[in-house]
Each structure stands twice: as structure tokens, then as C-alpha cells.
Ligand binder design. Sequence first.
Ligand code: AMP
Ligand code: MN
Ligand code: MN
Length: 333
Amino acid sequence: MTTNAWGEAVGLLLEHDEIALACHVNPDGDALGSMLAMGIALRGLGKRVVASWGSEPFEVPTAYAGLPGLDLLVPAREFPAAPALLVTFDTGSADRLGSLADRVDVAQHVLVVDHHISNTRFGSVNLIDRDAAATAVVVVELLDLMSVELTAEIAAPVYTGLVTDTGSFKYAATTPSVHALAARLLETGIRHDVISRQIWDTTSFGYVKLLGLVCARAVLETDQVGGLGLVWTAIGVEDLDRYSLGLADVEGVIDVVRAAREAEVAVVVKTDPEDGLLKVSTRSKGQIDVGAVCVSLGGGGHRFAAGFTSDASLPDTMARLRAALAAAPHLAD
Ligand code: AMP
Ligand code: MN
Ligand code: MN
């Protein structure tokens, strides 16, 4: 990333009075948090800001329902048709904007703020820090350059992005500077305990039941991934319906499944009730680059956490994935 890109990004943000923000479909804590943090900051600078994402349902996942800045959100159908400045967050490629992807072609300027190694650089200005633990980290660097004060209102969504993308400061991307940033955020007085409880430790009873069901049907295939092992399960529309859950509610299932020590790679295949497509989540423990595997299957992500979308059946999707995993090189520790 060139110094120039940072200067151009700050220039774009400061010189526009109306700014349209978008994040990836089915937003997670980093997508939503980084977008809201920037939105609140820009509004504080007197700009007119809207923020959105291009997937249904247009509902803030309950884990993030307490965040400040939700009043910036507009449904995709109310998003500007041809924004002068479009800023995207945590979005590795234009198609990850879903129904808002067409805005990339018509916006005068597109600023891409991201940390995905697989980012396709679809913006006119691309701020992609592949070493950043979260897109929210890149947002703070931008706000510092813009001399925006880090208030508690901005810190809460930033913390949300940081804590979700580092798995509560557990993943390898958790560097000393991540902890330094967390300290800075806590100094603003945010209720990090409330934020974390809402994200990690609050579910419906239906989710507890669904977890039991999908864990009971998990399959361990020790001979897969070149003998390193694969554990996987699937969540169908009927499972979601039975317990009145949406896709956003079952994001945490992969974190339970991937704990199985017998498997290097863990997979959860979810059927999206909106489009019927399979949303495949993959995780590895460090010996397989699932990011590269998912890119080869039309998706993207990070080295050890990635995903792809499939329009094939569950057996065919798993067969393609097994073949790609078998061909993936084993990384040295
Ligand atoms: P998930 O398994 O949905 O938590 O996603 C893990 C990582 O993979 C995140 O960084 C996502 O942005 C990325 N990812 C998931 N699905 C896709 C997809 N269909 N295309 C590109 N990247 C994806
Ligand atoms: Mn994300
Ligand atoms: Mn992210």
C-alpha cells in the first residue's frame, strides 16, 4: 500500500459532503463495526452519510443491535443510485457487495477499505492492509490521519470489529499493536464487557438446540485433506426454520466444530434461506491455506478462515471442496 493511497483516501473523505458506505453481504462484526465507526466519524465532520449492505434480510444481527450509529443504516433499495463517493468496508471483491455491487461501476470514486489477502482492488483508491487484524484497524488509522478524535461512540463499533475478527484476541493476527489499540478503545470508557457478552455469550434457546442438532450430525473424515483430517456439518433451511434462526445467528457454529483436534480443516455448509445457495465456511489450524482453497472455488477470505458460495448440491459442493483440500499444499508451521 502506498503512502499516496492514504493521502488520496483522506482527500476523498474530506472533500465530499455526501458519502455512501457499504459493507459485505450478511455483515459480521468487522464489516458492520468498521462501516459504522467511519459513518459516525464522518457525520461528526458534518457530512451526510448513509450506510448499507446488499443482502436480505436487512436486519442488524442481534449480536450488534446495541451498537451506536445504526441510525445511519438505510436498506439497499434506498441506497444512492450513483454516489459521488462510495466507500466499501471489509469487502474483498465487488460481488461481495451483493445487490449494491453495481454501484462500483457508477460511483465517481470508490474507496476500498479492507484487510483481505484476496482483495481484488476494485476501487479507484484501495486501502488494503493485509496485515491488519480487522478492517476496523484500517479505519482507525484513517481517522487518526484525519485528526478525528476517537470518542466512545466511534470506539464501540471499532472494538466490535477488532474483537470479532481476532476471536477475542485469540487468533494469530493479534499483535502487540492490536492490544495497544484495544487499550486505546477501552480508555474511551466503552462497555467492552457488555459488547462481548452480547456477541459471544447471548443466544436464544433455539440456538442451543440447533447447536446440539448440527453437532450431532457432524462428520469426521480423518483420511481427507491429505490425511490431516476434515470435520464438517451442514445447516439446512428446515433447521433454521425449526428454531426461528437466521444465517447471522449461526455464525458461531464453526467455532464449536473446529475445536475437534482430529481434523486440520473444519467446514460448516449453510443453506441461505433467501437465495437457496450454499454458504460454506472453512477454518484451518495453520497447515492448510483455506483462503487459497476458497479462492479456487470462487470465494475468498484469509489464510485460516475463508468461505465460498456454491449453487451445487451439498454432496457435489463437498466433493469439490474435498478435491481442492486434497490438492492444497501443507504449510510449514
Ligand atoms: P465466514 O466463514 O462467513 O465467517 O467467513 C470467513 C472469511 O471468509 C471472512 O473473511 C469472509 O469475508 C470470507 N468469505 C466468506 N464467504 C465468502 C465468499 N463467498 N466470497 C469471498 N469471501 C468470503
Ligand atoms: Mn467480514
Ligand atoms: Mn474483517
